[in-house]
Write a protein that binds this ligand. Structure first.
Ligand SMILES: NC(=O)c1ccc[n+]([C@@H]2O[C@H](COP(=O)([O-])OP(=O)(O)OC[C@H]3O[C@@H](n4cnc5c(N)ncnc54)[C@H](O)[C@@H]3O)[C@@H](O)[C@H]2O)c1
Length: 283
């Protein structure tokens, strides 16, 4: 089945990007959001980025934007959809209640995909109740530029569902990354989170300074960035949250030491690139 009609459920940071990118690549797009005006604002706010990064003229951006139908009526939003992509807040109660409402109105042919970053498909499928046509399609923030889409189903996801969503991802300009089984953090964060944690352990336990750790990594591997340059981009608040989550699960003393050092930097306003200083200083 070739996906042509897509509905994006939730127009926050990621939902608005998925909606615009899909319309930009010629899909027939509807957006469902609790507040239509907020969705409109989020979508319109993407204009400078599409101009700067994709060379899309303002008039062309507005024409595409005008083709996206935005509604707060869930039944109307999902009517006739080949694919529904859920991009609402990363909270299990909110998602569970939303899927309850969605399943009451969604049609049998519609494939349902979640963009969840931290839940796994096997956790959300219970709320969907349609395992054959459910999977995760995980985008990265600024999808037009960081154009990777991780595709992960459960054992019960139909091969046709995976195939149709893989083709859809390619059609909207993504590089599809097909996962053979689910994994926390998908592929990218499955590697990046432990890598950053290893770098922070070397720093927080006094083995070496961040700049030396980065120098060793970049020179020795030829990679453009070391863990602390990446951490400044990700933001220290996110790094702190992930480290604390790990500490709560493992009670590891090293995680606590890392978390305390990150917290001290955050309290000093060293949050990363967004505040102009983190492990490095930015102009
Ligand atoms: N922000 C990122 O970098 C990023 C990257 C990849 C995936 N994701 C995932 O995308 C999803 C959305 O994240 P986001 O960053 O766009 O969040 P966001 O906070 O920007 O947007 C959340 C959306 O959920 C809606 N919402 C909130 N409560 C709701 C409720 N009770 N019922 C219905 N809708 C509700 C909001 O109206 C909004 O449209 C999450 O699952 C997240 O893990 C986020």
């Amino acid at each position: 089945m070739a996906i042509k009609k897509v509905v994006i459920l939730g127009a926050g940071v990621l939902g608005s990007q998925i909606a615009f990118q899909s319309a930009y690549k010629g899909m027939d797009v509807k957006v469902w959001n609790r507040h239509v005006d907020k969705a409109q604002q989020r979508l319109a706010a993407l204009q400078p980025a599409y101009q700067a990064d994709m060379g899309l003229a303002k008039a062309d951006f507005e024409k595409i934007l005008g083709q996206i139908e935005i509604t707060s009526d869930l039944k109307e939003a999902v009517a006739g959809a080949d694919l529904a992509i859920e991009a609402i807040s990363e909270n299990l109660e909110i998602k569970a209640s939303f899927y309850h409402d969605l399943m009451a109105v969604v049609e049998p042919q519609t494939i349902i995909a979640s963009n969840s970053s931290t839940f796994m498909p096997s956790q959300l499928v219970q709320y969907v109740g349609e395992p054959a046509r459910f999977l995760h399609l995980h985008f990265a923030n600024r999808i037009w530029k960081y154009n990777v889409a991780e595709i992960s189903g459960t054992k019960a996801t139909a091969p046709e569902t995976i195939a149709a969503v893989t083709d859809f991802a390619t059609a909207i300009g993504m590089v599809p990354i097909k996962m053979k089984k689910e994994y926390p953090g998908y592929v990218l964060n499955g590697m990046l989170v432990p890598f950053l944690a290893a770098g922070m352990t070397l720093w927080a336990t006094g083995v070496a300074d961040p700049k030396d750790i980065d120098r060793d990594w970049t020179i020795s591997t030829g990679s453009p960035m070391g863990p602390f340059q990446i951490l400044d981009m990700v933001g220290l608040r996110t790094a702190y949250q992930i480290t604390m989550n790990n500490y709560e699960q493992t009670h590891s003393e090293v995680s606590k030491t890392v978390a305390d050092k990150l917290k001290a930097m955050i309290d000093e306003g060293r949050i990363g690139v967004e505040s102009g200083k983190g492990f490095y200083e930015y102009k």
